[in-house]
Design a protein around this ligand. Sequence first.
Ligand code: ATP
Ligand code: MG
Length: 255
Amino acid sequence: MARLLRRSRDHGGVTAIILGRMGSGKTTFMLSYLALPLMETGEKLLWRGGPFCQWGYLQLSRVKLLLDEALGPYRWIDRRRGKPCDPEKLGLEVVYPDFESPRDVIWELTPGKLCVAYTGDEAFMDLMEAVNSRSDIDWVSIFHDEVQKLAPSNVEGDMWRRNKRLADIIAETRKNYVSFYCAAQDYADVDYRVFRKMMYRVYLQDARPPRSSLVYRWVPHRLELGEAIIEGSTFAKATFQPLKRQLHLVVKYEG
Ligand SMILES: Nc1ncnc2c1ncn2[C@@H]1O[C@H](COP(=O)(O)OP(=O)(O)OP(=O)(O)O)[C@@H](O)[C@H]1O
Ligand SMILES: [Mg+2]
């Protein structure tokens, strides 16, 4: 079993960040190398929803949308035809849990489905905190693509404190049997406290390994699309498969 997917009750969950240039396959890696195999094991999967509906790479029967009314109204648009559409009519499961009560949202995490939560940054962090303190020990994985949007580097004041809070929440995931996987183009775009909580770093094409890495800086430039280097205490090469987009949606909502 691949290291990022290994689950041990002694060790707990895994944290990892996927790094690579634009179009290097970060989102695909998270979905095809991580989320799909974890669905097979019946793990609960929480994915942070975004405007570009990256979950559209999966079959619709594999996706459940958890929409926060507070973000709405949602306008779903088929970006190839430029026409509005309705995810429920497309056959997607859609629920509107009360995000002010994150414990209720956790009930909506259906094993074997990618549960995509559309909510604000603070509410998503509240939800992560609630997952940490849930009353069972089922395995849960949390995914955040483009994590520099949630935890940008070089910020001050409230944002600095928010990043600190996020780093503290991530620190609590492992022993609560929660895994956290995120992606960014460059590690320097992500708050250093959040980055330092990552047990594994995954380098895709043209990723820039940090100074402390065992991976030589030129190595990611030699990777093909679909190849990855996974670094923990040691490093190893892996390959991941492309996915076919099933849906070409964008969604507009109040940020
Ligand atoms: N293993 C692979 N083999 C071939 N093509 C792939 C593979 N993985 C991804 N691709 C293709 O590369 C393109 C970019 O993939 P993806 O959106 O996952 O990259 P990304 O790093 O998330 O990009 P961005 O920085 O824009 O978010 C897509 O068209 C995808 O189908
Ligand atoms: Mg992406």
